[in-house]
Design a protein around this ligand. Structure first.
Ligand code: CA
Length: 222
């Protein structure tokens, strides 16, 4: 059974989440402060962590930092009280896999959880593990990226974005497509998160690979 750790200090939200997850066949456990969240997340007993940013003892940012600092791979979805681009982008850069803005509908969170669980599952060994286009290669298993003879470090989200470009070289990819396939959105949020992340990628791999087509989207030209 898939086990979800809920790090949230507000009893009303905890009850709401537990009820929803259990009704959908998940097992849950809760941590009402950041310290307990870190301890439980390290137990390897969980498949995913729902992390509120505003937690006592140790806030969600510190929990993220500690877990990712220890190399903990557990998928993490943060709950933020605001939908400011700063918080969400900072959260994703700190190693969260996704975020949901309060107040949220349970179905929305559930969709994100399912998406993250699916993408964190180990791919089949029969699948191609190395994507290569031009002088860029992506190892889907080790998440190693090389451009020419340079080894590049990408965050989980940058890697997912890069993978999408690599699978569609020379094609126009719309912002909506990227939001759906890399971020898991069915609707368009008002943030410019795609633009921000394409900027991060350009800084790391080089400015010339990804072209912006105004009003249309992006095109990866290896
Ligand atoms: Ca809180």
């Amino acid at each position: 059974m898939t086990r979800i750790l809920i790090a949230e200090d507000e009893p009303r939200i905890v009850a709401f989440l537990e009820k929803g997850f259990r009704a959908n066949g998940f097992a849950t456990a809760t941590a009402s402060d950041g310290q307990a969240a870190c301890d439980l997340a390290s137990s390897k007993d969980f498949d995913l962590l729902i992390l509120d940013l505003g937690l006592p003892k140790k806030d969600g940012w510190a929990v993220l930092e500690e877990l990712r600092g220890r190399g903990e791979q557990l998928p993490i979805i943060i709950l933020t009280a605001s939908d400011s681009v700063y918080d969400t982008v900072a959260g994703l850069e700190s190693g969260a896999d996704d975020y949901v803005t309060k107040p949220f509908r349970f179905e929305e969170l559930l969709a994100r959880v399912r998406l993250r669980l699916r993408s964190s599952r180990t791919p089949q060994s029969s699948e191609t593990m190395l994507l290569q286009t031009g002088d860029i290669s992506l190892d889907l298993r080790s998440h190693q990226v090389t451009v020419g003879d340079r080894q590049i470090e990408l965050s989980a989200r940058e890697f997912a974005l890069m993978e999408t470009f690599m699978r569609n070289p020379g094609q126009i990819i719309t912002r909506e497509h990227l939001l759906k396939h890399v971020w898991g959105y069915d609707h368009e949020p008002s943030s410019n998160v795609v633009h921000v992340y394409v900027g991060y990628l350009r800084k790391k791999i080089g400015e010339d690979y990804i072209e912006t087509l105004r009003g249309m989207g992006y095109r990866f030209q290896p």
